[in-house]
Design a protein around this ligand. Structure first.
Ligand code: HEM
Length: 434
């Protein structure tokens, strides 16, 4: 009897060390089973690291959504309105006008972008301290930033809550830690519909008011807020887990901070996979051709690890060499629909990191993975405080381990449901059938 009790206790206590990894592996197998095995993995057997950029940049690697089962899942997470989301639009006149509008809204002079970021940091961080989740901490900041980019006026509290509510809902579903709550999306759409005439550049005229609201929502109040919040959470998390690097970043110049950001993007690229559907054949050599209609899955983490010694180590000094010589494409490929915020995002992030490091010390004992489902647990202490928060850090470590057990099970159930539901609804496939 005693032995059974002891074994049961050992079993339960050991869960955090083995269960999450097993559940994640099961989830990946289930997703592959439901979604099918449609894509060509790059880098992979057919296209190696050496030809990754060449194939990504190929003119025939240009289909965006139509013809890939994977698109159904992304449309599901962004529904309703993915047919107006810039990253999902097929090439053509509609895409061109939308992309031009986005470029117009993002074309902020550097000094103005820096000043806007400073204002948003001051307004949203207040006197934060103690245990926080970095992704949650960052969302109001980038919600206000995006609002001002679009409307050129300070973000009212009501709008900020609507934006954060929706962006958080989308990213939570993407991580499979929660389901979509469409009412949050509808509330934001209604709000934006009432403000279309206040946008600081002309909106694409070929779009109905509802489409214009979906477009703004997709690019600026979803993608921009989610990506900037996740990117910043990664940078702050890296610094929280590497105290020496944190000191160096605080004392170093902007060039060093850029290297910290670049190395964070290398280790934790925001895109796991970007996919394209080929619109023509791509000849690889005399014997091998990728046929039209193939789904290409460009794997960012694999590409970013290739060609670096000890690739899992955080080492900003790798970027003393020009980034273009390295396998590093955090914002995609210039020749094939790169991120339109490739210039603005690093400028704003650098200022935000600098402002935060001037005010706080960051510590974390939680796990740091690319998908960061734990939202970046971190202890934020005002810089001049001399208390070393050992007990809080020990608590954070244990809590994170145990949350991982529970979360992996939630992700298994909710993730499998959403992948199945997306297959069932076939939002993208049905859109192109009509
Ligand atoms: C903070 C860091 C960000 C990173 C690392 C990032 C990364 C990326 C990447 C890798 C792509 C291209 C993927 C592909 O080839 O399919 C992309 C596309 C895109 N990003 Fe970003 N992004 C960031 C922030 C933003 C922001 C602030 C916006 C604001 C509007 C934005 C809007 C878009 C849009 C609209 C596209 C689709 C481009 C097109 O298809 O024409 N991103 N992003």
């Amino acid at each position: 009897m005693l032995i059974t009790v002891v074994l049961a206790i050992v079993f339960v206590l050991s869960l955090p060390w083995w269960l999450p990894a097993k559940v994640v592996a099961l989830r990946v197998r289930l997703f592959a089973r439901i979604n099918g095995d449609e894509g060509i993995q790059i880098p992979g057997d057919l296209v190696g690291v050496d030809r990754f950029k060449e194939v990504y940049a190929h003119p025939a690697a240009s289909g965006r959504s139509e013809g890939a089962a994977l698109s159904d899942l992304f449309w599901y997470w962004l529904s309703p309105g993915p047919e107006m989301h810039q990253e999902h639009l097929e090439a053509g006149e509609r895409y061109d006008t939308v992309a031009r509008t986005t470029r117009g809204l993002l074309a902020l002079p550097r000094a103005e972008a820096e000043e806007l970021t400073r204002r948003c940091v001051a307004r949203t961080l207040g006197d934060v301290r103690g245990l926080v989740r970095l992704r949650d901490l960052m969302m109001p900041l980038w919600a206000e930033f995006s609002y001002e980019l679009v409307f050129a006026e300070p973000c009212p509290r009501q709008a900020r809550d609507l934006i954060v509510g929706n962006a958080d809902d989308v990213v939570t579903a993407l991580k499979c830690t929660g389901l979509r709550h469409m009412e949050r999306r509808h509330r934001l759409t209604r709000y934006l519909l009432g403000r279309l005439n206040r946008v600081r550049v002309p909106l694409p005229s070929g779009l109905s008011p509802e489409e214009q609201a979906y477009y703004l929502q997709g690019a600026f109040f979803n993608t921009a807020v989610v990506q900037l919040s996740e990117a910043m959470a990664h940078v702050l998390m890296v610094l929280a887990r590497h105290p020496d690097e944190q000191r160096r970043a605080r004392e170093g110049d902007d060039r060093h901070l850029d290297r910290v950001i670049d190395e964070t993007f290398r280790l934790y690229p925001l895109f796991g996979i970007a996919h394209r559907v080929t619109t023509g054949d791509i000849a690889l050599d005399g014997d091998t051709t990728i046929p039209a209609g193939s789904v290409l899955c460009f794997n960012y983490p694999d590409f970013h690890r290739a060609g670096f010694t000890d690739p899992d180590r955080f080492d900003p000094d790798r970027f003393t060499r020009p980034a273009r010589e390295l396998n590093h494409i955090p914002f995609g490929i210039a020749a094939n629909r790169p991120c339109p915020a490739w210039r603005l995002a690093p400028i704003a992030m650098r200022v935000a990191v600098r402002e935060i490091l001037h005010r706080y010390t960051l510590d974390s004992t939680a796990a740091h993975t690319r998908s960061m489902p734990n939202r970046g647990p971190c202890l934020v202490t005002p810089l001049r405080s001399s208390r070393r928060p050992r007990a809080a850090l020990a608590y954070m470590r244990v809590r994170d381990r145990w949350e991982d057990v529970w979360r992996s099970l939630v992700q298994l159930v909710l993730g499998t449901y959403m992948v199945w539901d997306a297959r069932r609804q076939r939002l993208c496939e049905r859109h192109f059938d009509h």
